[in-house]
Write a protein of this length. Structure first.
Lengths: 156, 797
C-alpha cells in the first residue's frame, strides 16, 4: 500500500506516494531521477549513497524514503549554485580526488558533513571523517588533499 | 628547418576534463540507464559449493503479479550459449604450445549442477526490481550435495572428488616444464654447483577486485531492425560485442555495445559474464528492455576473483649474493568454471618470475586446477604481483642467508644492458633499475634508517624495512601474444571538424584512467589547438572503430601510440591542403602551433580552422582549381601494433613498526619510485600509483577471500572483507625516474598496475624484516593483527 510523505530535495518540495519499503536511495534515483546518488552495497558500508538529511550525512540505502517525511535532503546535484561549483567540488576537481567517479558524490557529501562539523580538520581527522566512504581508485591521498583544499577555500 | 611545436600540455598537471560530470552527479553509469517499459532481472544463486540440481520449480514465482517471466537452466538449455572462455587451448601462453586445456561447459543458468557458491540457477524478470527479488523467494529447489574440492594441492591427488567428471581429474591444464625443454637440465646443473640453496612456499591468496560500481547490464532490442543495444559496465566493449555475438548468437553488426561511465574495473570487468549474455538474450526474447544491476553480495560471489596461486620456490645462489637459478612449481586456483581469461593469468607469473634480475637459469612447472569456487581471472597486476613476490622474497632470502644487505643483493643481480634478456625468454625494452633503487634509498636515507632499526631492535621494538625492486609487463602487444581471436593493437581516429574542433575516437575504454584528458593533452600539443577544443570519445561500438579496450596498463602505451600516428597523418594532410591554399608545395610549408606557414615567407599562413573548413567545403578557387591528389575531409585513422611489450619498473620501500602487544602494523613511511617512461599528466600518474599501492598493501595487510571447509564464501559482503578505508592507509611519497620505451611513439610504458606490483612485496618484506629478530621466516598474507600476534606469541612459549 502506497504511503504519502513530504520531502524537500535540493530545495524543491515533493509530495509523493511510495511503497513504504522503497529505500530513500531508490526514491532519489528512480522517482526523482537524481542518479548522482549511487548504490554500492546496500549494507551501509561503502558510502556511495551518502546524502544529507537535515544537514547530517546519512546512508540513503539504509533508510526508507518515508523516513525522510518532513525532512530536507541535499544530494550532490544540489551543490552547484548559480553555475558555481561548491568549494568541495572544486577541491575534488583540482586535486584529482576522483578517478572512476562512482564514490565521488557520496564522498563529497560526507566531506560536506565533516567540514560543517570541523571546518579545519587535520589530515588524520579527514581520514577518520571519511571512514564511512570507500574508494577503490585513489588510495585516498588525493581525496585528503581535496578536502583540505576545500576547507581552505571555505574559510575565505 | 622545421620548427617543433612546443609541448605545452604534455607533462603538466592538468585537471581532468571528465570530472565536471562526476563531481556534479551527472555521470552516467549503467544503472542510470532508464528505458520506457524496462524490465528488471533478478537471479537466484547457489548457496552450495557443489551440488546436483534435483529440481527447480519457478511456477510460484511466475504467478507473482509483476513477474513477466521466470527461467530455470533447463528452460534456457540450447537456446542461448554459455559463458565463454577466450583461451580455448593453452597456446595463448607461448610456453604451453601443445598443452591440453580442459574447458568445461558454463551455462548462463546452471542446468544439472552448481559448482560454486554464487552460480546462477534460476532467473526472474519483473516490472520492478523489488518484485523480481520477491519472486526469487518463491522458487523451490532440491539439491544433492557433492563433496567439495577446495585445496589446489589436494585436488590434483588421485582419489580427490571431481568437479568435472568428464576430465577424469581436477587438472584443467598442466605445463610440465618451461620455458624450454633444455631449461630443466641447466637449472639442475646450477643447483648442483651452487654454494647455497633455499626453498619457500608462497600462498598468494584470492582477492575480491571490488570495483565500487557493482556489475550492471541493460539491453534493448529493436525487432524492426533486429538490432540489440547493450549498455554494460565493461572494460572491453568491442571484444564483449564480438564474443556476445558468437554466444547469443546475434549478428555482430547488429549489436551496439556501450560501456557508459564505468565505476572501476581493475581487471574484473575484462570479461563477458553470464548476466551480460542473459540480459541481451531476454531483451531480444521478450522484446522489452531488461536491466540487471548486481548487489554487492552477488559481486563478491560471482565477479572474478584475483590471485589464487600457490607457489613452491627453490633458489640457488652463491655466498657473494649471486642468484644462480630459480625453480618454480606453482598451482593456479582457477575456480570451478572458466571466465574469459581464467587459464592464462598464471602465464604472466611464469614469464616475470625472475623479476629485474639475471639468474642464469629458470625452470617452471604449472598446474591449472579446478576448485569449487568462483573463477579467478585478471585483477590489477594479474600474475605479476605473484611473480614479483617470488623474485623479491628470493632477494631477501639471499640477503638473510648470506648476511648481505638486501639493497646490495638487488643491485648485484640487476639486469643491466637493454634490451635485456632474462632467462624467462622475454626481451625487456628499456630500464635502469639501479637508478630507481638509488633514488628510493636516498629518499628514505637508507643507511640512517638501518641504524635506527638497529637501535629499535636493541630496545626490543619490531621495526621493519622492506624493499621491492620490481619490473612488470604491460602495454600488451604484439598481437601474437594474445589469445586466439584477439589482437593487442589499438586504434584511433582524429577528426578535425569543419569548425576546427577536434574529435578523437579511441579503441581503448577508460574507466577512471583519465584518457579524455591525457589524449586531449597530446592532441592539443601536437595540433597546436586549445585543449578545450578537443573531445575524446570512447567505449561505444557505434561511435568508435574496433579497438581492444582498457586493461593491462595499455591505454597510453598502445592507445596513445595509435593516437600519435593519427595526429601525424592529420598534420601531413593539413600541410598538403595548406600548400594548395598557399599556392606552394607541401615540402615548402611548416606546421607550427596550429598554423601552416610558408617556409619562404612565414607571414603567409593559414590556420588549422581555415584548413579544416577548406577540407570539407572543398570548393577551392572555383572550377579547375580542385587538387586531384587530396581527398576531401580532415580525418585520419591509425592502428598501432606494438613491436614488444613495455616493462615499467621501480623500487618501493616500506618502513613500519609492529606493536608487539596487539600485533598491529603501523606503516611509518612508504616511498614509491616508479618509472613508467614518458609521463603525460603527473597528477593522473600519481593517482594511479596511489590507488595501486593501496590495493597492493591491502593484499599484504587486510584482504583475503575465505571459503570455509564446505566451500561457503565467508567473505561475502563488505561487512566481512576489509577493503581499506581512508583511516587504514597513510601518505604515500611518489617519485619517478623516466626511461622512455622505444616500442611506442610516446615512450610511455603504462602505470595502471605498477603500484600494486611494487607495494605488495615491499610491505610483505617489511613485515618479515620486522619479525626477523624473532626467527620468523615466513607467514602467509594477509597480516591481520591476530596472525601477527600469534606469530609473536607462539602457544606454549
Amino acid at each position: 500500500m502506497a504511503t504519502k510523505f513530504n520531502v524537500e530535495v535540493n530545495g524543491t518540495p515533493h509530495e509523493s506516494e511510495v511503497d513504504p519499503r522503497l529505500l530513500l536511495v531508490h526514491y532519489l534515483r528512480e522517482t526523482l531521477s537524481l542518479t548522482g546518488t549511487h548504490v554500492g552495497c546496500e549494507t551501509s558500508m561503502c558510502g556511495t549513497c551518502t546524502v544529507l538529511l537535515d544537514g547530517k550525512a546519512v546512508k540513503s540505502c539504509t533508510l526508507f524514503a518515508v523516513q525522510a517525511d518532513g525532512a530536507k535532503v541535499l544530494t550532490v546535484e544540489g551543490l552547484k549554485q548559480n553555475g558555481k561549483y561548491h568549494p568541495i567540488q572544486e577541491g575534488f576537481w583540482e586535486e584529482h580526488g576522483l578517478q572512476c567517479g562512482f564514490c565521488t558524490p557520496g564522498m563529497i557529501m560526507s566531506a560536506y558533513d565533516l567540514l560543517s562539523r570541523n571546518p579545519n580538520p587535520s589530515d588524520d581527522e579527514i581520514r577518520h571523517g571519511l571512514e564511512g566512504n570507500l574508494c577503490r581508485c585513489t588510495g585516498y591521498q588525493h581525496i585528503v588533499n581535496a578536502v583540505r583544499s576545500a576547507a581552505k577555500k571555505m574559510k575565505r | 628547418m622545421a620548427m617543433a611545436t612546443p609541448n605545452k600540455m604534455i607533462g603538466q598537471k592538468i585537471k581532468r576534463k571528465e570530472d565536471p560530470r562526476f563531481i556534479t552527479g551527472k555521470g552516467k553509469y549503467t544503472d542510470d540507464v532508464k528505458l520506457p517499459g524496462m524490465l528488471h532481472l533478478a537471479l537466484l544463486r547457489s548457496d552450495r559449493a557443489h551440488a546436483r540440481i534435483k529440481r527447480v520449480d519457478v511456477s510460484k514465482a511466475r504467478k507473482l503479479p509483476g513477474v513477466v517471466a521466470a527461467y530455470t537452466g533447463k528452460d534456457l538449455a540450447g537456446k542461448v550459449g554459455g559463458v565463454p572462455c577466450g583461451v580455448q587451448n593453452a597456446e595463448g601462453n607461448h610456453y604451453s604450445a601443445g598443452v591440453k586445456l580442459n574447458v568445461p561447459p558454463y551455462p548462463v543458468v546452471a542446468i544439472d549442477k552448481v559448482n560454486f557458491v554464487g552460480q546462477i540457477y534460476a532467473a526472474v524478470v519483473a516490472t520492478d526490481p523489488y518484485i523480481a527479488h520477491d519472486a526469487l523467494d518463491l522458487i523451490e529447489a532440491d539439491f544433492q550435495d557433492q563433496p567439495v574440492v577446495l585445496d589446489v594441492e589436494k585436488a590434483i591427488q588421485p582419489g580427490s572428488p571431481l568437479i568435472h567428471e568428464q576430465f577424469g581429474s581436477n587438472i584443467a591444464f598442466h605445463i610440465p616444464g618451461g620455458p624450454t625443454p633444455e631449461a630443466k637440465a641447466a637449472v639442475d646443473k646450477l643447483f648442483a654447483e651452487a654454494q647455497l640453496k633455499a626453498s619457500f612456499r608462497f600462498d598468494n591468496q584470492r582477492l575480491i577486485p571490488m570495483a565500487m560500481e557493482p556489475r550492471a547490464t541493460v539491453a534493448e532490442y529493436d525487432p524492426g531492425r533486429d538490432q540489440l543495444t547493450v549498455w554494460s559496465s565493461t572494460q572491453i566493449p568491442h571484444l564483449a560485442r564480438t564474443v556476445l555475438s558468437m554466444v547469443l548468437p546475434h549478428p555482430e553488426g547488429q549489436i551496439r555495445f556501450i560501456a557508459p561511465d564505468v565505476g572501476g574495473g581493475f581487471g574484473s570487468k575484462l570479461n563477458l559474464y553470464a548476466e551480460e549474455i542473459l540480459v541481451p538474450y531476454l531483451a531480444k526474447t521478450l522484446e522489452r528492455p531488461v536491466k540487471y544491476t548486481g548487489k554487492r553480495r552477488e559481486d563478491f560471489a560471482a565477479t572474478i576473483h584475483g590471485r589464487g596461486q600457490v607457489q613452491h620456490v627453490d633458489i640457488a645462489f652463491n655466498k657473494d649474493g649471486t642468484w644462480l637459478a630459480l625453480k618454480l612449481r606453482f598451482f593456479s586456483d582457477l575456480g570451478a568454471q572458466m571466465q574469459l581469461l581464467t587459464p592464462s593469468i598464471g602465464g604472466f607469473t611464469a614469464v616475470m618470475a625472475t623479476g629485474c634480475y639475471a639468474p642464469k637459469a629458470f625452470w617452471f612447472e604449472q598446474y591449472g586446477v579446478f576448485t569449487n569456487k568462483m573463477a579467478t581471472d585478471a585483477y590489477r597486476g594479474a600474475g605479476r604481483p605473484e611473480a614479483t613476490m617470488i623474485a623479491e622474497k628470493a632477494m631477501d632470502v639471499i640477503a638473510r642467508e648470506t648476511g648481505l644487505d638486501p639493497a646490495d643483493v638487488r643491485r648485484k643481480n640487476f639486469l643491466r644492458s637493454f634490451p635485456a634478456t632474462p632467462p624467462t625468454g622475454l626481451v625487456y625494452d628499456s630500464g635502469d633499475y639501479s637508478k630507481a633503487l638509488d633514488l628510493a634509498l636516498e629518499t628514505v636515507n637508507y643507511k640512517q634508517l638501518r641504524l635506527q632499526q638497529k637501535q629499535a631492535r636493541s630496545e626490543g621494538r619490531l621495526m621493519g624495512i622492506g624493499l621491492c625492486s620490481y619490473v612488470e609487463l604491460c602495454g600488451v602487444g604484439p598481437s601474437w601474444l594474445a589469445p586466439p581471436g584477439v589482437g593487442f593493437w589499438d586504434v584511433s581516429t582524429v577528426k578535425v571538424e569543419p569548425t576546427g574542433m577536434v574529435t578523437v575516437l579511441t579503441g581503448i575504454s577508460p574507466h577512471g584512467q583519465g584518457e579524455e584528458t591525457t589524449f586531449a593533452q597530446i592532441t592539443a600539443d601536437e595540433l597546436g589547438v586549445p585543449m578545450d577544443n578537443v573531445r575524446v570519445l570512447h567505449s561505444d561500438t557505434m561511435a568508435v572503430p574496433y579497438g581492444n579496450g582498457t586493461y593491462g596498463s595499455r591505454g597510453m602505451a598502445v592507445g596513445g601510440g595509435a593516437l600519435s600516428m593519427s595526429l601525424g597523418k592529420v598534420k601531413e594532410k593539413a600541410k598538403k591542403i595548406a600548400a594548395h591554399m598557399l599556392d606552394t608545395q607541401p615540402e615548402n610549408v611548416d606546421y607550427v602551433n596550429g598554423e601552416v606557414l610558408a617556409k619562404a615567407d612565414p607571414s603567409r599562413k593559414v590556420t588549422l580552422g581555415q584548413i579544416a573548413m577548406m577540407a570539407y567545403d572543398f570548393s577551392w578557387k572555383g572550377p579547375g582549381t580542385t587538387p586531384t591528389d587530396i581527398e576531401p575531409g580532415l580525418e585520419e585513422t591509425s592502428r598501432f601494433e606494438p613491436s614488444n611489450l613495455t616493462f615499467p619498473f621501480g623500487t618501493h620501500i616500506c618502513v613500519l613498526e609492529i606493536d608487539k602487544e596487539t600485533g598491529q602494523i603501523h606503516i611509518q613511511r612508504f616511498v614509491a619510485v616508479d618509472d613508467c617512461g614518458t609521463i603525460i599528466n603527473p597528477l593522473i600518474v600519481d593517482g594511479q600509483v596511489h590507488g595501486g599501492i593501496a590495493q597492493g598493501m591491502a593484499q599484504t595487510l587486510f584482504e583475503g577471500v575465505v571459503y570455509d571447509e564446505n566451500g561457503q564464501l565467508l567473505t561475502g559482503e563488505l561487512t566481512e572483507y576489509a577493503v581499506p578505508k581512508a583511516s587504514m592507509l597513510g601518505h604515500f611519497e611518489t617519485l619517478h625516474t623516466t626511461t622512455p620505451t622505444p616500442v611506442n611513439p610516446l615512450g610511455a610504458k603504462g602505470i595502471g598496475e605498477a603500484g600494486t606490483i611494487g607495494a605488495t612485496a615491499a610491505v610483505f618484506n617489511a613485515v618479515m624484516d620486522a619479525l626477523a629478530p624473532l626467527g620468523i621466516k615466513h607467514l602467509d598474507m594477509p597480516f591481520k593483527p591476530d596472525k601477527i600476534w600469534n606469530a609473536i606469541h607462539p602457544r606454549g612459549a
